[in-house]
Design a protein around this ligand. Structure first.
Ligand code: SF4
Ligand code: SF4
Length: 380
């Protein structure tokens, strides 16, 4: 697995890899993947698990945990390795990971993502295109030992692969695997059968993930403030003052769910002049994105497509597939920061004073939903 004098020697000084960990007397080397549905973390975890058994001469196990299998929902993957003489008898989630792999920036602010991290944990973060390091994080708890990052989405788009293989490549590097052939072979075994046409791109994506993962300056981590903030939150939410009858004060949370982190670099672009207002996009879209309102088209009164609420768009591009006149086309999101036909969902937001106009790249963060009339049994 490890070649003397290779580039990996340098990395080994910074982070403890799989072989080193197992040789140091520890029972297990453990990885936790933190992701959201649609990014392929489940498959990435399975490949990492099989890789151990088939090509690394160790025992391994892997499983994922997720709720409903929907794009955008939280997904965790757990992979455990031990020496081949040993039997894996632990089947619980990985609590104290040696390697934590975070597939999306939106997860970084979630305190649960960092649970169990210590100075022995190495973290790989998928960075946004052009990003040097993540935005400042205020997290309570122990700071991980080292941070690494790579522009996973950009690499995936360039190589026509997906984020999961890019992160797989990065994980192999941090595990101290010097021979990338093992990774290539597991991709061929798994993806070659399932998606033979995409294999070339996936292999390229994994190789670039392996080569481009780099050490990050940890100055974005601010644990002291995080602790304060956490304490404040604890003080605010206790048994004496929590909302009666439940723990989620954001009822109707689908309304406030921001699905934009699920997008993988692409968005549907609306070319209004081409639109014939057939409504097929509205039928195909799994969310509340398309905004139709009474209007006029070719001299006739009808429901007219006004635009899209990108806040609810997860970027599945089903609408692009069904549009019969190419009025919806696939676009690279970073090239369209000011989405021309962004329009907030008027059905969901009846009273303008209840929400903040935050723009196409913003969040609807107002507490309006807490005070909606529905709470008092009235009409929403
Ligand atoms: S890509 Fe299209 S179909 Fe998919 S969520 Fe966005 S608007 Fe709806
Ligand atoms: S499917 Fe295309 S043509 Fe039909 S309403 Fe949607 S955008 Fe317009």
């Amino acid at each position: 697995m490890f070649e003397k004098g290779s580039k990996m020697e340098q990395l080994k000084d910074e982070v403890i890899g799989l072989e080193e960990k197992l040789n140091s007397g520890k029972d297990y080397y453990e990885i936790r993947l933190e992701s959201i549905g649609g990014l392929g973390a489940n498959l990435c975890g399975k490949m990492l698990g099989e890789l151990g058994l088939k090509y690394l001469d160790v025992n391994s196990s892997s499983f994922s945990s997720y709720g409903s299998e929907k794009t955008g929902t939280p997904v965790k993957g757990f992979i455990r390795y031990c020496k081949k003489e040993k039997e894996i008898r632990v089947h619980s989630p990985v609590v104290e990971p040696d390697l934590l792999v975070v597939f999306h920036q939106a997860l970084l602010k979630d305190v649960s993502v960092w649970k169990g991290c210590s100075q022995e944990t190495a973290v790989i973060i998928a960075l946004e295109p052009g990003q040097e390091k993540p935005d400042c994080l205020e997290i309570s708890g122990e700071m991980p030992g080292a941070f690494y990052g790579l522009e996973a989405q950009r690499i995936a788009m360039k190589t026509h692969s997906r984020i999961n293989v890019v992160m797989l490549g990065a994980a192999l590097k941090l595990m101290g695997i010097t021979d990338i052939k093992a990774g290539e072979q597991i991709c061929i075994d798994t993806l070659g059968k399932k998606y033979p046409d995409a294999l070339k791109g996936n292999l390229a994506g994994m190789k670039r993930g392996y080569e481009e993962v780099r050490r990050l300056d940890a100055s974005f981590w601010n644990s002291s403030q995080g602790t304060e903030q956490n304490n404040k939150q604890k003080a605010e939410w206790g048994y004496q003052n929590a909302p009666i009858g439940g723990i989620n004060p954001r009822f109707g949370s689908t309304v406030v769910a921001d699905l934009s982190p699920s997008r993988q670099g692409y968005i549907p672009l609306f070319i209004k002049e081409r639109c014939i207002n057939c409504g097929l996009c509205h039928s195909a879209c799994p969310d509340m994105v398309f905004q139709f309102a009474k209007g006029e088209y070719k001299g006739r009164e009808m429901m007219v497509n006004q635009g899209l609420d990108y806040y609810h768009c997860k970027g599945c591009l089903r609408c692009v597939d069904v549009c019969p006149v190419n009025a919806l086309v696939r676009g690279v999101e970073s090239e369209h920061p000011n989405k021309e036909y962004f329009i907030t969902n008027q059905e969901l937001i009846r009273r303008p004073d209840y929400y903040e106009e935050s723009g196409p790249d913003g969040y609807i963060t107002s507490e309006s939903y807490l005070t909606e009339k529905r709470m008092e049994g009235g009409e929403v």
